[in-house]
Design a protein around this ligand. Structure first.
Ligand SMILES: C[S@@+](CC[C@H](N)C(=O)[O-])C[C@H]1O[C@@H](n2cnc3c(N)ncnc32)[C@H](O)[C@@H]1O
Length: 265
């Protein structure tokens, strides 16, 4: 199912048997598609300053509604402690704190200090109730006890993990039995028209606009290539089952541009 690239990167193949329109952007396998952790950490550190603005612009403002949908899913069953893993600048943490079934504590964890600093400032500004915490930590070696959380969210994070299987194993370890996992990740539209338009957008607009606006060469080319080369939702669901999760399901949002995966520990 997966194709190994050099020493430390894996590009997953789309799962077979899924009926989809052909996606008109096949990324070349290059070094920049690699998920080398140090490279990823440095890359996010370099774009932290403009990250929120580019999210808004490149998603045409849809990113907030995607995170709200993820927060709603995670808050089903009124969890008390929630971990927002790969939390970046804290937008999903904030959506969790604002949800109707808001948890008593939300921990935003990320391995990039500049991203987490942005999160700390933002969360302090919007949540004076002291229900949040920010923690520097690696998703592949989480600094939390077994079963420490009632629910765990990851938005646009699993695509960057050096080893998704190890990542899912760690997520399962820190979720209490019966707790929920909610994963929000980019996907590819299923309809032929949107699929074609999105392929062109990914190939031509995202890398140029993103890299220019972030003042960095490469991060948004990486974004486009990892979205186009990412496994189909069914394959992610399979990896979650292999990691020991039950009740695995997913649904497409915005015509399949993103996918919301849910699973139970
Ligand atoms: C695309 S951003 C998503 C941030 C945020 N969840 C959001 O919705 O905007 C991916 C984040 O994952 C973090 N990340 C990537 N690999 C990680 C790892 N192994 N451990 C912890 N954080 C990681 C990056 O530092 C970055 O902040």
């Amino acid at each position: 199912m997966s194709q190994t690239l050099g020493t430390n990167a894996t590009l997953y193949q789309p799962s077979k048997g899924v009926s989809r329109a052909p996606f008109p952007y096949t990324p070349r396998v290059t070094d920049e598609t690699s998920r080398d952790p140090e490279r990823i950490r440095a890359m996010f550190g370099g774009i932290a300053r403009r990250y929120d603005l580019l999210n808004r612009v490149l998603s045409l403002g849809l990113d907030r509604s995607w995170r709200r949908a993820a927060a709603r899913e995670a808050c089903v069953g009124s969890p008390i402690r929630v971990l927002d893993l790969c939390g970046g600048t804290g937008d999903l943490t904030l959506a969790l704190l604002r949800d109707r079934g808001a948890p008593r504590q939300v921990v935003c964890c990320d391995f990039s200090q500049p991203m987490l600093l942005k999160a700390a400032v933002k969360l302090h500004r919007h949540d004076r109730s002291g229900r949040h915490a920010v923690v520097l930590g690696d998703a592949l070696r989480l600094p939390f006890a077994d079963g420490a959380f009632d629910a765990l969210t990851v938005a646009f994070g699993i695509r960057n993990l050096h080893d998704m299987t190890v990542g899912f194993g760690e997520m399962r370890r820190v979720i209490a039995p019966g707790g929920r996992l909610v994963v929000l990740e980019f996907s590819r539209p299923t309809g032929p028209v949107l699929s074609r338009a999105y392929g062109v957008y990914l190939r031509s607009v995202v890398p140029r606009l993103g890299d220019r606006a972030s003042g960095r060469e490469g991060p948004y080319r990486y974004l486009a290539r990892t979205i186009a080369g990412f496994p189909e939702p069914d394959r992610i669901a399979g990896l979650l089952r292999e990691a020991g999760f039950g009740g695995v399901g997913w649904r497409a949002l915005s015509g399949g541009i993103v996918c919301l995966h849910t699973a139970l520990r």
